[in-house]
Ligand binder design. Structure first.
Ligand code: ADP
Ligand code: ADP
Length: 232
């Protein structure tokens, strides 16, 4: 599903070039659930942004679902992001002046879906994430966990094969965090959606099939779940 080939990301600072990512290679299979861990500032968000075509690498290639991202122009990148993948962020990033239903419908409207189609899809998504009755409420009227479920429903609207999640449980308490992880797991297992999730939380990372650890812009460890435990 994802191939990252010799990818570096360099930011030019007054003090000189800064490598946020240095020559990394990753392969992620269709249907995998991968957690990306590492200290703050190690390059995790940068990596996720590159995978989602929100930014381009300084060198190297990224291929997502057969699409070579560097071959796309701005317009094609926007279309790629809207149709191929869903983003989930730590702070939900819902539009505050729009209702739950309108937030979920955003990419459908942008892609010219019909009113009937939008209505049907939004109803289905609201029920998928257990938010029945909340369609006309505004994000500020919901708890953090509920807002994150709206964000996940929005991410699912275009039926993406890939979800990129940046600290999806970072602002949630234990219980709500677990619910979000269960929902992501379910989407991964039942809908075969590939998930790449940045997290600081080792417990959250345990739901993944594989943990990739990034340190100072370098992937330093890749292990199957449980691979970090000492074997006796
Ligand atoms: P993480 O997600 O692991 O906390 P980031 O990917 O956000 O790390 O950042 C990696 C490093 O790159 C940090 O040192 C950060 O300050 C730097 N960085 C990120 N984005 C930019 C940018 N747009 N301009 C300059 N430096 C940046
Ligand atoms: P996270 O908490 O997910 O690691 P950050 O707060 O590090 O995210 O970064 C949020 C956004 O700010 C990202 O888009 C990142 O590229 C950008 N950013 C991070 N560090 C810098 C920096 N030193 N200069 C400019 N932009 C940065």
């Amino acid at each position: 599903m994802i191939t990252v080939q010799d990818v570096s990301k360099v930011y030019s600072l007054e003090s000189g070039d800064f490598y946020a990512l240095k020559n990394n290679n990753i392969h992620i299979q269709k249907g995998e659930f991968v957690a990306i861990m590492g200290p703050s500032g190690s390059g995790k968000s940068t990596l996720l942004q590159l995978l989602g075509g929100l930014d381009l690498p300084t060198s190297g290639e990224i291929i997502v679902d057969g699409v070579h991202l560097h071959e796309l122009n701005e317009k094609e990148l926007t279309h790629f992001r809207r149709t191929k993948l869903g983003f989930v962020f730590q702070n939900y990033q819902l539009l505050p002046m729009m209702t739950v239903g309108e937030n979920i419908a955003l990419s459908l409207s942008a892609n010219n879906a019909s009113k009937t189609e939008i209505k049907k899809t939004v109803q289905q998504l609201i029920s998928d994430v257990n938010l029945e009755g909340k369609e006309s409420q505004f994000p500020s009227q919901l708890s953090g966990g509920q807002q994150q479920r709206v964000a996940i429903a929005r991410a699912l609207a275009m039926k993406p094969k890939l979800i990129l999640a940046d600290e999806p449980t970072g602002n949630l308490d234990q219980k709500n965090g677990e619910d979000i992880l269960k929902l992501l797991s379910k989407l991964n297992k039942e809908e075969q959606i590939t998930i790449v999730m940045v997290t600081h939380d080792l417990q959250a990372a345990q739901v993944a099939d594989r943990i990739i650890t990034v340190r100072d812009g370098l992937i330093v460890e890749e292990g199957r779940k449980g691979g970090f435990k000492h074997e006796t």
